[in-house]
Design a protein around this ligand. Structure first.
Ligand code: NDP
Ligand code: 13P
Length: 308
């Protein structure tokens, strides 16, 4: 494969890691952030692949800054953000697709704690698109003996798996912070997956996608690692710290905090049952304590296991 020109937008933890991965496989990489010299227009000029690793709060503004520029029709937009836009409830890929309707949009999501990937520890991920040729191009660019990349044709499922698991990761952090044990954690993560599937399928995703790397895989990684910022938020809430104080000291972005708000609004509108997300929401709003959230979940009506 000829080396590609890859422009990575966002030089945070994940953007820098993705830039290193593409560079390590022999591609030409430009990395952009608001604080670096190079302008956004210069960074994306002539790029074969434009990678967005901007946190959710900045996606719309970056899209608006480049949407009037002209790109070759085959230019691929790759989004790695895991969040939902509060005002529209759109996913990052939906925002990129609306701005660039004639370009292939690819989603990258998986169990990819950036610190582990940066250390060269082995990891796998998924690149998903309705344009499978574009997904295969991205797969070639990022694949290495340390980073195994699978393609998938369900971008909304891949994106929602990576996004909604952040809410469950906050709950998992609370579970561990309260020392509730392995049985409780297994129950929480499994019922969390049921909740993710219920929402995801209602929003047009394929059920099987959630049993893959970007669903169950990312859920397991994020719910079990103190490297996860979302897990850290939950863990510290369980220790009695308040949210503002936690976020002020947190290294990087915990998307699950905003994602919880968006999910609650949309799930209520659409009458989707989201018990774990509801308790995370009430906890983040400081309406209840971690112990009360646990009681609420344990005392819900008894029911059959499968009620997607
Ligand atoms: N870290 C990880 O392990 C992984 C993270 N992700 C996802 O990737 C996304 C980024 O995460 P991560 O890199 O960890 O977060 P960081 O907080 O480390 O970086 C966020 C990046 O977004 C940029 N940004 C935020 N707002 C704006 C804006 N308005 N305009 C321009 N740039 C902006 C920041 O720029 P600035 O520095 O100028 O503020 C920074 O480059 C998140 O959605 C996260 O869920 C996905 C997989 C793994
Ligand atoms: O998405 C991630 C791992 O796949 C990173 O998780 P956090 O954003 O919680 O750190």
């Amino acid at each position: 494969m000829q080396p590609k020109l890859v422009a990575v937008l966002g030089a945070g933890a994940w953007g820098s890691t993705l830039a290193n991965l593409a560079s390590a496989t022999g591609h030409n990489v430009r990395l952009w952030s608001r604080h670096l010299e190079c302008s956004l227009a210069e960074t994306v000029d002539g790029a074969d692949i434009i990678v967005s690793a901007i946190s959710m709060k900045g996606v719309r503004s970056v899209v608006e800054q480049i949407r009037s520029l002209s790109f070759a029709p085959e230019t691929i937009f790759l989004t790695a953000t895991k969040g939902l836009e509060p005002t529209t409830t759109l996913t990052p890929a939906q925002i990129w697709q609306a701005a660039f309707p004639d370009h292939p949009i690819v989603v990258l999501c998986g169990p990819n704690l950036s610190k582990e990937v940066q250390q060269g520890l082995p990891a796998a991920t998924v690149v998903a698109s309705t344009d499978i040729t574009a997904a295969e191009t991205v797969q070639m660019v990022f694949s290495s003996n340390r980073f195994r990349v699978y393609t998938n044709s369900d971008p909304i499922g891949v994106e929602l798996g990576g996004t909604i698991k952040n809410v469950i990761a906050i709950a998992a952090g609370v579970c561990d912070g309260l020392h509730l044990g392995t049985n409780a954690k297994a129950a929480l993560v499994t019922r969390g997956l049921t909740e993710i599937i219920r929402i995801g399928v209602a929003w047009g995703a394929k059920i099987e996608t959630f049993y893959g790397l970007s669903g169950l895989g990312d859920l397991l990684a994020t719910c079990n690692s103190p490297l996860s910022r979302n897990y850290q938020v939950g863990y510290q809430l369980a220790q009695g710290k308040n949210l503002a104080e936690i976020l002020e000291r947190l290294e990087g972005t915990a998307e699950g905090v905003n994602t919880t708000q968006v999910l609650i609004a949309k799930a209520h509108q659409q009458h989707i049952s989201v018990p774990i997300t509801t308790q995370v929401y009430r906890l983040l709003q400081a309406e209840i304590t971690p112990r009360q959230a646990l009681e609420e979940l344990m005392l819900r009506d008894i029911k059959p296991e499968y009620n997607f």
